[in-house]
Design a protein around this ligand. Structure first.
Ligand SMILES: Cc1cc2nc3c(=O)[nH]c(=O)nc-3n(C[C@H](O)[C@H](O)[C@H](O)COP(=O)(O)OP(=O)(O)OC[C@H]3O[C@@H](n4cnc5c(N)ncnc54)[C@H](O)[C@@H]3O)c2cc1C
Length: 508
């Protein structure tokens, strides 16, 4: 960790939800972190509405979940319906193997307030509000950063810059990184309301294939609800945001005297991705790196997976003197699942549009579905992250399908049945085995693993092992990365010394 006053391990530009969560994760790895945000401390956005179970798992691991949970709502189900109420698809919100609901909704300002306070109280994080990043210079070892607040200029240095400055990113533009447009663009009106009486609306996450205009209705809490309405071609923004027009749109659900409007905005739902997510010591994450229409609610969740992928690697370089080249694996590992997620989010938008159109024209639904949307419609597109290629920091000495799978938190539970794999491993690499493998490791290799804080896990007497991990343990020893992804599996043909040596070659 660096020690000079104006010198940081990591500078984060942009303090939206991605920048906030990223700062907490950096601090957890003991990285001295500067955050630069152009808005004031009292401004909050209201765009995103939900976390999935993987995001909630990360929030728990950085100590944020307990403070946030009172502001999280578990919908009864998510569904896609037609104008006449016919259900096209309905999914219950299940408790997953990560020990969280598959989706939780929230009102963004409430979540942001909590995370900001936690960041302010964190001694590894320095926060600069009302400061715009106006310039930066790169050299091999660090980034020089110029900020502006009113007419006050300041200068900072950091080993790494993480750009979380959103869709119109100054950092991405200055680095001349091109964005590849996915040719999908629709404007939507967003309205958040606050009910005067509790519980007068359904607690669901609903996409409505309305034949007049596709609509989303999402319950955020007992009292708070989000409505999203697609803008029709030629519709004027000024007109659509007028109060009486909004009340008219919402009147199908509730009368104007029963609620207050808290937020109104028009957002462009689009798909695009930067053609690289890294240049020298600068990394792009979240909306800075890509945008996707939010039908599948995956923008924020995907940004959180970027954080999960990147920060342990920066930690290895900064705090464990590992080889900087390992950071190249961020782009290698993230590009493919991100492109797939964008594709699938666009397909879901096309599906909603096609179904709305079919209903309007009284056509059979299957005929109306755009070919690009068929996989989405017929559910063949699940679990994108698990289908990632094996490029990056994974074993290439074997062709095991399990490599790159992320172990769920419930693969180890304590005697009370509480999931505890994450607690057991912490932020380190781990080797799971049936017996103590330390004596089987060559002395120099063992020493290196100790220096890298490796955990050796072989005593399960106080725990229960889940079916997936049990199966792997039958085959041999498993190396797990700090993000809980499987690096590789030692077996008869590939002993643990060889597997560990391969990993060390990739990171040392
Ligand atoms: C309607 C809607 C609903 C959505 N719902 C979901 C959902 O339910 N789940 C989900 O996973 N995703 C959702 N998304 C996607 C999600 O909103 C985005 O992926 C997310 O906002 C990205 O956050 P961010 O922190 O990267 O960017 P932003 O929230 O845009 O934050 C960028 C920050 O950078 C600051 N900044 C910019 N330039 C500078 C500069 N030069 N210097 C200093 N500061 C700067 C800005 O002030 C801002 O605070 C939704 C999106 C929309 C539009």
């Amino acid at each position: 960790m660096t020690s000079n006053i104006n010198q940081y391990d990591v500078a984060i530009v942009g303090f939206g939800l991605i920048g906030q969560i990223c700062a907490k994760v950096c601090s957890q790895y003991n990285l001295r972190t500067l955050v630069i945000e152009s808005k004031s401390d009292t401004e909050f956005s209201s765009k995103e509405v939900s976390f999935d179970d993987e995001s909630l798992r990360l929030l728990e691991n950085v100590g944020l979940y307990d403070a946030l949970k009172v502001f999280l709502n578990k919908p009864d189900f998510t569904d896609i319906v037609l104008t006449n109420g016919k259900v096209i698809q309905r999914n219950p919100v299940l408790h997953t193997d990560n020990d969280f609901p598959s989706v939780c909704t929230f009102f963004q300002p409430e979540i942001e307030k909590i995370i900001r306070e936690k960041c302010k109280a964190d001694e590894n994080i320095d926060l600069l509000f009302n400061n715009e990043l106006i310039n930066f210079n790169l050299n091999d070892n660090q980034v020089g950063l110029d900020t502006k607040s009113g007419n006050k200029l300041k200068y900072f240095e950091a080993l790494y810059l993480i750009a979380c400055d959103g869709a119109n990113s100054f950092v991405r533009n200055k680095l001349d990184i091109e964005s590849v447009d996915q040719r999908y663009s629709k404007n939507w009106l967003l309205v958040d309301i606050w009910l005067k009486n509790e519980n007068s609306l359904e607690n669901v996450f609903r996409q409505i294939c309305d034949d007049k205009r596709p609509t989303s209705y999402i319950s955020l809490s007992n009292r708070r609800h989000r409505f999203e309405f697609q803008l029709l071609t030629g519709e004027q923004h000024q007109k659509i945001i007028q109060k009486n027009n909004i009340q008219n749109l919402i009147s199908k659900w509730i009368e104007p005297n029963q609620y207050e409007i808290e937020n109104i905005s028009i957002q462009n739902f689009r798909g695009s991705f930067a053609n690289t997510f890294q240049k020298n010591n600068v990394f792009l994450i979240g909306d800075t790196a890509y945008q996707m229409p939010p039908y599948a609610s995956q923008g924020l969740n995907t940004g959180i997976r970027d954080i999960l992928n990147l920060i342990w690697k920066i930690n290895l370089v900064v705090n464990f003197n590992c080889n900087k080249n390992l950071l190249l694996s961020y782009d290698l590992e993230r590009a493919q699942p991100i492109k797939q997620t964008i594709k699938s989010s666009i397909a879901l938008g096309q599906l909603i549009d096609s179904l709305s159109m079919a209903f309007q024209k009284n056509m059979p639904l299957e005929e109306a579905i755009a070919p690009e949307a068929r996989d989405q419609a017929f559910g063949r597109n699940n679990n994108i992250e698990q289908k990632e290629s094996k490029k990056g920091i994974f074993s290439h000495l074997q062709s095991e399908m399990i490599i790159n799978r992320r172990l769920s938190n419930r693969e180890i539970t304590d005697k009370q049945g509480i999931a505890c794999l994450d607690k057991m491993i912490g932020n380190c690499f781990a080797i799971f085995s049936k017996k103590d493998v330390r004596n089987e490791l060559a002395e120099d290799i063992y020493e290196k693993l100790i220096n890298l804080n490796f955990k050796f896990i072989f005593d399960y007497s106080n725990f229960n092992i889940g079916p997936e991990l049990s199966d792997y343990l039958e085959a041999g020893e498993i190396i797990i990365r700090p993000d809980k992804k499987i690096y590789g599996l030692a077996s008869k043909g590939l002993n643990i010394n060889k597997l560990v040596s391969e990993l060390l070659m990739q990171i040392e």
